[in-house]
Write a protein of this length. Structure first.
Length: 132
């Protein structure tokens, strides 16, 4: 790959610094970091079963890293964007925990709402090459 297809080292360092408190997987972030490729990160020594995928890109405002993590609890997910200035913007997450209703009509409506939301989020994640 050419240097134009890689995130500059100084920007990769900002991504690492920003993500370090949140995940042990950051040790697996490639150096150099290629752009435009969904990369699955594997925690060192199997310390976590969380599934994490990142994708670095560049737009008119600079470099950014899209980050998606599905927790090993089966109930949480995190989807956010880290900019080269270190700012973090939360993005939409999958709804992994369903509310339960005694009323069958309410339960049906909740299933439809969650299903439609998750379908839209999965399409976004697939477009970013972040979905498993």
């Amino acid at each position: 790959m050419t240097s134009e297809e890689m995130v500059p080292a100084r920007v990769r360092d900002i991504f690492v610094t920003t993500l370090k408190p949140g995940t042990t997987h950051i040790a697996a972030l490639p150096d150099p970091l290629p752009m435009g490729i969904g990369i699955g990160l594997i925690a060192p020594e199997g310390s976590s079963r969380e599934r994490i995928v990142v994708r670095a890109e560049h737009d008119e405002t600079g470099y950014f890293l899209d980050f998606y993590k599905e927790g090993n609890d089966g109930e949480t997910s995190s989807h956010y964007r880290v900019r080269e200035d270190g700012s973090v913007t939360p993005l939409e997450n999958l709804i992994l925990v369903h509310r339960h209703f005694d009323d069958p009509e309410q339960a049906r409506q909740e299933r439809e709402r969650v299903g439609a939301h998750n379908k839209r989020v999965r399409e976004i994640l697939r477009a970013k090459d972040l979905f498993f």
